[in-house]
Design a protein around this ligand. Structure first.
Ligand code: PGA
Length: 241
Protein backbone atom coordinates (compact mmCIF):
# COMPACT_ATOMS: atom_id res chain seq x y z
CA UNK A 1 0.00 0.00 0.00
CA UNK A 2 1.33 3.40 -0.99
CA UNK A 3 -0.13 6.52 0.68
CA UNK A 4 0.16 9.89 -1.03
CA UNK A 5 -0.76 12.89 1.11
CA UNK A 6 -2.11 15.88 -0.75
CA UNK A 7 -2.72 19.31 0.72
CA UNK A 8 -6.33 19.80 -0.29
CA UNK A 9 -9.07 18.53 -2.64
CA UNK A 10 -7.57 20.18 -5.74
CA UNK A 11 -4.15 18.70 -4.99
CA UNK A 12 -5.66 15.25 -4.30
CA UNK A 13 -7.56 15.44 -7.60
CA UNK A 14 -4.45 16.48 -9.53
CA UNK A 15 -2.35 13.68 -8.03
CA UNK A 16 -5.02 11.05 -8.77
CA UNK A 17 -5.46 12.40 -12.32
CA UNK A 18 -1.69 12.16 -12.78
CA UNK A 19 -1.78 8.45 -11.91
CA UNK A 20 -4.72 7.82 -14.27
CA UNK A 21 -3.18 9.76 -17.15
CA UNK A 22 0.17 7.99 -16.64
CA UNK A 23 -1.73 4.71 -17.03
CA UNK A 24 -3.34 5.93 -20.27
CA UNK A 25 -0.03 7.23 -21.64
CA UNK A 26 1.82 3.99 -20.81
CA UNK A 27 -0.98 1.79 -22.20
CA UNK A 28 -3.30 3.75 -24.53
CA UNK A 29 -5.71 0.81 -24.89
CA UNK A 30 -5.98 0.21 -21.14
CA UNK A 31 -9.12 -0.66 -19.17
CA UNK A 32 -10.00 1.90 -16.50
CA UNK A 33 -12.40 0.96 -13.72
CA UNK A 34 -14.23 4.15 -12.78
CA UNK A 35 -16.27 5.36 -9.82
CA UNK A 36 -19.05 7.85 -9.14
CA UNK A 37 -19.54 9.94 -5.99
CA UNK A 38 -18.44 13.41 -5.00
CA UNK A 39 -14.77 12.57 -4.43
CA UNK A 40 -13.66 11.68 -7.99
CA UNK A 41 -15.40 14.64 -9.67
CA UNK A 42 -12.28 16.84 -9.32
CA UNK A 43 -10.14 14.03 -10.76
CA UNK A 44 -12.38 13.85 -13.82
CA UNK A 45 -12.33 17.63 -14.15
CA UNK A 46 -8.52 17.60 -14.13
CA UNK A 47 -8.39 14.85 -16.75
CA UNK A 48 -10.78 16.85 -18.97
CA UNK A 49 -8.49 19.89 -18.64
CA UNK A 50 -5.44 17.87 -19.69
CA UNK A 51 -7.43 16.27 -22.52
CA UNK A 52 -8.35 19.77 -23.79
CA UNK A 53 -4.67 20.74 -23.73
CA UNK A 54 -3.83 17.67 -25.81
CA UNK A 55 -1.87 16.00 -23.00
CA UNK A 56 -3.97 12.83 -22.72
CA UNK A 57 -5.93 10.86 -25.31
CA UNK A 58 -8.77 8.48 -24.41
CA UNK A 59 -9.54 7.26 -27.94
CA UNK A 60 -8.41 3.70 -27.26
CA UNK A 61 -9.42 3.48 -23.60
CA UNK A 62 -12.14 1.11 -22.35
CA UNK A 63 -14.00 1.88 -19.13
CA UNK A 64 -15.99 -0.28 -16.75
CA UNK A 65 -17.85 1.47 -13.96
CA UNK A 66 -18.20 0.00 -10.51
CA UNK A 67 -21.93 0.11 -10.00
CA UNK A 68 -25.41 1.27 -10.94
CA UNK A 69 -28.76 1.51 -9.21
CA UNK A 70 -31.15 -1.32 -10.04
CA UNK A 71 -34.36 -0.23 -11.76
CA UNK A 72 -33.08 3.04 -13.14
CA UNK A 73 -32.84 4.02 -16.81
CA UNK A 74 -29.67 5.46 -18.36
CA UNK A 75 -31.27 8.82 -19.10
CA UNK A 76 -32.45 9.25 -15.51
CA UNK A 77 -30.29 12.09 -14.13
CA UNK A 78 -29.75 10.02 -10.96
CA UNK A 79 -28.28 7.07 -12.84
CA UNK A 80 -24.55 6.49 -12.64
CA UNK A 81 -24.55 6.20 -16.44
CA UNK A 82 -25.79 9.80 -16.56
CA UNK A 83 -23.35 10.93 -13.85
CA UNK A 84 -20.36 9.54 -15.73
CA UNK A 85 -21.42 11.19 -18.97
CA UNK A 86 -22.11 14.59 -17.40
CA UNK A 87 -18.93 14.56 -15.33
CA UNK A 88 -16.48 12.95 -17.71
CA UNK A 89 -17.37 10.97 -20.85
CA UNK A 90 -19.18 13.83 -22.66
CA UNK A 91 -16.02 15.96 -22.47
CA UNK A 92 -13.32 13.55 -23.69
CA UNK A 93 -12.80 11.36 -26.75
CA UNK A 94 -13.86 8.06 -25.22
CA UNK A 95 -15.53 5.76 -27.79
CA UNK A 96 -19.15 5.22 -26.67
CA UNK A 97 -18.94 1.50 -27.46
CA UNK A 98 -16.04 1.12 -25.03
CA UNK A 99 -17.98 2.62 -22.09
CA UNK A 100 -19.52 0.06 -19.74
CA UNK A 101 -21.82 0.56 -16.74
CA UNK A 102 -23.95 -2.22 -15.19
CA UNK A 103 -27.40 -2.26 -16.82
CA UNK A 104 -29.70 -0.81 -14.16
CA UNK A 105 -32.68 -1.11 -16.52
CA UNK A 106 -32.39 -4.90 -16.51
CA UNK A 107 -34.46 -6.03 -13.53
CA UNK A 108 -33.25 -9.61 -13.91
CA UNK A 109 -30.43 -9.28 -11.40
CA UNK A 110 -28.77 -12.60 -12.23
CA UNK A 111 -28.67 -11.85 -15.95
CA UNK A 112 -27.51 -8.24 -15.47
CA UNK A 113 -24.67 -9.30 -13.15
CA UNK A 114 -23.53 -12.25 -15.28
CA UNK A 115 -23.51 -10.02 -18.34
CA UNK A 116 -21.34 -7.46 -16.54
CA UNK A 117 -18.82 -10.04 -15.36
CA UNK A 118 -18.65 -11.29 -18.94
CA UNK A 119 -17.89 -7.73 -20.12
CA UNK A 120 -15.05 -7.37 -17.59
CA UNK A 121 -13.67 -10.72 -18.73
CA UNK A 122 -14.01 -9.88 -22.46
CA UNK A 123 -12.10 -6.61 -22.12
CA UNK A 124 -9.26 -8.48 -20.45
CA UNK A 125 -9.76 -7.36 -16.85
CA UNK A 126 -9.15 -3.96 -15.29
CA UNK A 127 -5.74 -2.26 -15.50
CA UNK A 128 -6.49 0.50 -13.00
CA UNK A 129 -9.53 0.75 -10.76
CA UNK A 130 -10.42 4.14 -9.25
CA UNK A 131 -12.36 4.02 -5.96
CA UNK A 132 -13.89 6.27 -3.35
CA UNK A 133 -14.70 5.06 0.16
CA UNK A 134 -18.02 5.27 1.96
CA UNK A 135 -18.23 6.47 5.56
CA UNK A 136 -18.89 2.83 6.58
CA UNK A 137 -15.93 1.54 4.57
CA UNK A 138 -17.88 0.41 1.54
CA UNK A 139 -16.26 0.26 -1.89
CA UNK A 140 -18.58 0.32 -4.87
CA UNK A 141 -21.77 -0.82 -3.17
CA UNK A 142 -20.02 -3.57 -1.22
CA UNK A 143 -21.46 -2.80 2.17
CA UNK A 144 -20.11 -4.06 5.52
CA UNK A 145 -20.08 -7.86 5.71
CA UNK A 146 -20.10 -8.29 1.93
CA UNK A 147 -18.50 -11.59 0.94
CA UNK A 148 -14.97 -11.01 -0.34
CA UNK A 149 -15.31 -13.71 -2.99
CA UNK A 150 -18.15 -12.27 -5.06
CA UNK A 151 -18.10 -10.89 -8.60
CA UNK A 152 -20.84 -8.51 -9.79
CA UNK A 153 -23.99 -8.94 -7.70
CA UNK A 154 -27.17 -7.21 -6.58
CA UNK A 155 -27.14 -5.59 -3.13
CA UNK A 156 -29.67 -4.09 -0.76
CA UNK A 157 -28.30 -0.69 0.24
CA UNK A 158 -27.79 -0.03 3.93
CA UNK A 159 -29.58 2.75 5.73
CA UNK A 160 -26.26 4.65 6.04
CA UNK A 161 -25.65 4.53 2.27
CA UNK A 162 -29.22 5.55 1.47
CA UNK A 163 -28.75 8.43 3.92
CA UNK A 164 -25.40 9.44 2.35
CA UNK A 165 -26.90 9.35 -1.17
CA UNK A 166 -30.00 11.36 -0.28
CA UNK A 167 -28.02 14.54 -1.06
CA UNK A 168 -28.17 13.64 -4.77
CA UNK A 169 -31.99 13.18 -4.79
CA UNK A 170 -34.90 15.49 -4.15
CA UNK A 171 -36.09 13.39 -1.22
CA UNK A 172 -34.96 10.30 0.65
CA UNK A 173 -37.88 8.19 -0.67
CA UNK A 174 -36.49 8.62 -4.19
CA UNK A 175 -33.16 6.89 -3.39
CA UNK A 176 -33.23 3.38 -4.89
CA UNK A 177 -32.81 0.56 -2.38
CA UNK A 178 -30.90 -1.86 -4.58
CA UNK A 179 -27.88 -1.68 -6.84
CA UNK A 180 -25.69 -3.83 -9.04
CA UNK A 181 -22.07 -3.61 -7.99
CA UNK A 182 -18.78 -5.16 -8.96
CA UNK A 183 -17.84 -7.43 -6.10
CA UNK A 184 -14.74 -7.31 -3.94
CA UNK A 185 -13.32 -10.13 -6.04
CA UNK A 186 -13.65 -8.05 -9.24
CA UNK A 187 -12.01 -5.07 -7.53
CA UNK A 188 -9.16 -7.15 -6.08
CA UNK A 189 -8.48 -8.62 -9.52
CA UNK A 190 -7.75 -5.15 -10.96
CA UNK A 191 -4.02 -4.92 -11.67
CA UNK A 192 -3.79 -1.56 -9.88
CA UNK A 193 -6.18 0.12 -7.47
CA UNK A 194 -6.27 3.87 -6.77
CA UNK A 195 -8.44 5.27 -3.98
CA UNK A 196 -9.22 8.93 -3.40
CA UNK A 197 -10.56 10.27 -0.10
CA UNK A 198 -10.92 13.80 1.20
CA UNK A 199 -12.47 15.70 4.06
CA UNK A 200 -12.63 15.32 7.82
CA UNK A 201 -15.62 12.95 7.59
CA UNK A 202 -13.34 10.33 5.97
CA UNK A 203 -10.51 10.55 8.54
CA UNK A 204 -11.86 7.86 10.89
CA UNK A 205 -12.76 5.35 8.20
CA UNK A 206 -9.40 5.79 6.44
CA UNK A 207 -7.63 4.96 9.71
CA UNK A 208 -9.90 1.99 10.47
CA UNK A 209 -9.76 0.55 6.97
CA UNK A 210 -6.03 0.79 6.35
CA UNK A 211 -4.50 0.64 9.84
CA UNK A 212 -6.97 -1.76 11.43
CA UNK A 213 -7.66 -5.45 10.82
CA UNK A 214 -8.70 -6.78 7.42
CA UNK A 215 -12.33 -7.70 7.96
CA UNK A 216 -15.55 -7.95 5.93
CA UNK A 217 -17.04 -5.52 8.46
CA UNK A 218 -14.89 -2.88 6.72
CA UNK A 219 -14.92 -3.88 3.04
CA UNK A 220 -12.16 -1.44 2.00
CA UNK A 221 -9.75 -3.07 4.49
CA UNK A 222 -9.16 -5.93 2.01
CA UNK A 223 -7.20 -3.45 -0.12
CA UNK A 224 -4.36 -3.79 2.40
CA UNK A 225 -3.77 -7.14 0.70
CA UNK A 226 -3.74 -5.76 -2.85
CA UNK A 227 -0.26 -5.89 -4.43
CA UNK A 228 -0.54 -2.47 -6.10
CA UNK A 229 -2.80 -0.19 -4.08
CA UNK A 230 -2.35 3.60 -3.92
CA UNK A 231 -4.31 5.81 -1.56
CA UNK A 232 -4.43 9.55 -2.27
CA UNK A 233 -5.66 11.60 0.70
CA UNK A 234 -6.08 15.27 1.38
CA UNK A 235 -4.75 16.62 4.67
CA UNK A 236 -8.13 16.33 6.43
CA UNK A 237 -8.68 12.68 5.49
CA UNK A 238 -5.09 11.89 6.54
CA UNK A 239 -5.38 13.78 9.84
CA UNK A 240 -5.75 10.69 12.06
CA UNK A 241 -2.94 8.59 10.55
P1 PGA B 1 -18.28 10.16 -2.01
O1 PGA B 1 -18.72 8.64 -1.98
O2 PGA B 1 -17.13 10.23 -2.98
O3 PGA B 1 -19.47 10.89 -2.53
O4 PGA B 1 -17.87 10.53 -0.63
C1 PGA B 1 -17.77 7.66 -1.81
C2 PGA B 1 -18.43 6.30 -1.81
O5 PGA B 1 -19.53 6.16 -1.24
O6 PGA B 1 -17.85 5.37 -2.36
Amino acid sequence: MKIICATDYADMSRKAANILSAQVIMKPNCVLGLATGGTPVGTYRQLIEWYNKGDVDFSEVTTVNLDEYRGILKDNPQSYWYFMHKNFFDFVNIAPERVHVPDGANLDADAACKEYDAVIHQVGGIDLQLLGIGPDGHIGFNEPNAAFELGTHCVDLTESTIEANTRFFEKKEDVPHQAYTMGIKSIMQARKVLMVANGANKADIVKTAFFGPVTPEVPASILQMHPDFTLVLDAEAAAKL
